[in-house]
Ligand binder design. Structure first.
Ligand code: ADP
Length: 500
């Protein structure tokens, strides 16, 4: 079969569901399958996944897309993987059994350890080497927690019997039946153990966190043939040739391949990532410096800002407050009122991420009067998402001293036209919604397909990227400034609220 008539299988392993998508040579989605899996909350602030369930749901959706499209192994050119980042798995090298559940990126159990590290003066050293701020979000303290708290694990790790990996590593391990223990450089750059300048695991950090080097996967680039599958899931070996953390995959899927290009994903949280070219930019505004990708030995860096609660604020209106039946109605509700009625909603439900990094901030709805209606609250929630994204956008502008030409967007909440328009208005920058919305999976597919010659080069891919709608800034600048002043006043009230 001609290569161009084959498909690329993209594995999109997310925080709440496992997905598999088949793309054709034009970058179109042929079929998609998705399965949610269990979220475990053993204590307040703790979030875990069962690594075996992740694999089980992932293999099941792979089988499902292939069956739906009547596609066999021989029709698949290659496999690309995009995954939830930072989530930490430790497993036995011999048996492949995890020694503990996966500790999810959102898990806050190591917040105290992070505070201690900050107090002990490690902020600058860690930022210089890893590009990250010290936070429970990243993998290092999660590995440390497993080594310290699961019986016998420290000794087994010291004897070289255990493997650590983020979800990309875990999936490749399963796809090769334990044949390969690798991670790609974007996932490595989120562990807080990896030096993004030397592009190696960092001895000083490994010592600081007490992580034996033998646990670590080999670090590989983002678009190269790593291995062939040997899982019984496939009858023959299929090359696995692209891999990246979800946000980096989305940046690539949006074809933000030139310096200065920027994308924002509006899902549970919001993630803004800007391509900064071949130089790592050190943020003066609490953004993260991270690896965008390494292709053919050439590294590209990015600046990133994460907003912890984005679309999750709308979920809370639905599930917590019972104000709405579904997320989509917020668009009509917001449009039905002339403005926010003076109401601001800071969705700091789990603290605030970039650029504030305040784990003790809490959700705040302020400016309520007797005239406030549920429509105002819905509008304030949507605006709150956009304001948070704008704070990250402004921080990037400050760091880089230039404003991007546009913001490309993806994620579940971008179907909300009010939200997109308000983002353009408040950020004074066009917001561009692409035609193919599955940008994370598409990015993984692109990375994999480039490595096997399924696509010739990045220019070929650029021709496939099509805009669906552009939202141009319409609001008067003075009004936007007024609103921003109100927002920042509200943020101040939300900071440092919780005592624990
Ligand atoms: P994730 O990948 O993080 O699970 P998705 O990209 O699937 O998230 O997006 C789902 C999120 O988007 C949910 O938090 C939901 O509340 C929000 N969302 C979905 N549709 C809308 C909408 N029309 N308006 C506002 N928010 C929405």
């Amino acid at each position: 079969m001609d290569l161009a008539n084959k498909y690329v299988l993209a594995i999109d392993q997310g925080t709440t569901s496992s997905r598999a998508i088949l793309f054709n040579n034009s970058g179109d989605v042929i079929t998609l399958a998705q399965q949610p899996f269990q979220q475990y909350f053993p204590k307040p602030g703790w979030i875990e996944h069962d690594p075996n369930e992740i694999w089980y749901t992932q293999s099941s959706v792979i089988k499902e897309v292939m069956a739906k499209a009547d596609v066999q192994d021989k029709h698949i050119a290659c496999i690309g993987i995009a995954n939830q980042r930072e989530t930490t798995v430790v497993w036995d090298r011999e048996t492949g059994f995890p020694v503990y559940n996966a500790i999810v990126w959102q898990d806050r159990r190591t917040a105290d350890l992070c505070e201690e590290l900050k107090k002990n003066g490690y902020v600058d050293m860690i930022r210089k080497k890893t590009g990250l701020v010290i936070d429970a979000y990243f993998s290092a303290t999660k590995i440390r927690w497993i080594l310290d708290h699961v019986k016998g694990v420290r000794e087994r790790a010291d004897r070289g019997e255990l493997c650590f990996g983020t979800i990309d590593s875990w999936l490749v391990w399963k796809l090769t039946r334990g044949g390969k223990h690798i991670t790609d450089i974007t996932n490595a750059s989120r562990t807080m153990l990896f030096n993004i300048h030397t592009q190696e695991w960092d001895k000083e950090l490994l010592d600081l966190f007490g992580v034996p080097e033998s646990m670590l996967p080999e670090v590989v680039g983002n678009s190269e043939i790593y291995c062939e599958t040997s899982s019984p899931l496939f009858k023959s070996g299929i090359p696995v040739s692209g891999m990246a953390g979800d946000q980096q995959a989305a940046l690539f899927g949006q074809l933000c391949t030139d310096e200065g290009m920027i994308k924002t994903t509006y899902g549970t949280g919001c993630f803004m990532v800007q391509n900064t070219g071949d130089k790592p930019v050190v943020s003066q505004n609490n953004l993260l410096t991270t690896v965008a990708w390494r292709i053919g030995g050439k590294i590209v860096y990015a600046l990133e800002g994460s907003v912890f609660v984005g679309g999750a604020a709308i979920q809370w209106l639905r599930d917590g407050l019972g104000l709405i039946n579904n997320a989509a109605v917020t668009e009509q509700m917001a449009k039905s009122v002339a403005d926010n009625g003076g109401v601001y909603f800071v969705p700091a439900l789990t603290g605030l991420g970039a650029p504030y990094w305040d784990q003790y901030a809490r959700g705040t709805i302020i400016g309520i009067t007797r005239g406030t209606t549920s429509e105002h609250i819905a509008r304030a929630a949507l605006e709150g998402i956009a304001y948070q994204v704008n704070d990250v956008f402004a921080a990037m502008e400050n760091d880089l001293h230039c404003k991007p030409k546009e913001i490309r967007v993806d994620g579940g909440a971008i179907s909300n036209n009010f939200l997109m328009q308000f983002q353009a208005d408040i950020s004074r920058c066009p917001v561009i919604r692409p035609k193919v919305l599955e940008t994370t999976a598409l990015g993984a597919a692109y990375l994999a397909g480039l490595a096997v010659g399924f696509w010739k080069d990045i220019d070929t891919l650029k021709k496939q990227w099509i805009q669906e709608k552009a939202f141009e800034p319409e609001l008067e600048e003075s009004r936007a400034e007024q609103l921003l002043a109100g927002w920042h006043k509200a943020v101040k009230r939300s900071l440092n609220w919780s005592d624990n």
